[in-house]
Design a protein around this ligand. Sequence first.
Ligand code: A3P
Length: 297
Amino acid sequence: TKSEEEKLLDWLTDLDGVPLVKDIASNVRKLDGFNTRHDDIYIVSYPKSGTTWVSELAYNIVHKLDIPKAKSKPLDERVPYLEWVHSNHHQLESMPHSTPRIIKSHLPLKLLPNSITNGKHKIVYIMRNPRDVCVSYYHFTKMIQMVGYNGEFSNFFDLFLVGSVAYGSWPSHVQEYYTYSLSSGASSNVLFITYEELVKDPIKTIEKLAQFLDTPLSSEQLQLLSYMCSFSSMKNNPSSNYQWLAVSGFLKDDAQFLRKGTVGDWQNHFSPDMASSLDSLLADSIKDDGLLKLIDY
Ligand code: A3P
């Protein structure tokens, strides 16, 4: 019989040195020649970093807090997942031209289509501290029906540490995008934000996001949006809580995609040894002090 970790590894394949879910890897191969639009907005992150939160925020900013519109469709139709939907790329092609498309991706920089990285499209990159990412990723992986994974956290942690989880190494993912965001200079088309700053100061961070998206909001709008996209509002909102993934059978019946939404849950899962192993990995693999300082437990 297979160990729990073997079940996980069997679900993945390697694409240019990056482990990916098999279906996703075959979709990525089809993304060559992907047609961008000049006003596209890309929401990019390592999995479990707050992508859903920032996607809902960006959608509401671009649509100027049109609440009925935001509630009319599930989030993954409003903000599609690049490497997931491309097998049926009509979804992306048929999105209206009247407002910018907002598209999310977890691909590492080297696998993102050239048409995106060579262009001047707006990219919002969200980083979350890797300890909480690992915990969130562990719980999420256990929710996936078809994998049937029920391993111990310490074993999942070992896979995360060596980058043997979907989308690969956390330090490489963030380092590459951080360098890319710096190289785009003062008129940067890349906004680098963190999950922790959104938790600590949502209004200020949402304001920064809105300015980056060229849609400044009034202080009333900022308050309203911060409230609408709070953890509990999103969890209770059927158009943003991803419950449809349980209804469709992708996640288990009792899965809660919006699980906890806090900073520091790693303290309930990590041993001191795990914390120091991850810190050593970061010290060895992240060369940029500016980036190291942004990692906030
Ligand atoms: P937890 O598992 O720690 O609760 P992603 O969207 O990139 O998959 O990230 C999912 C993580 O973001 C989950 O973390 C989820 O609860 C959290 N999250 C989603 N929406 C949030 C919100 N509005 N406020 C705070 N955290 C949120």
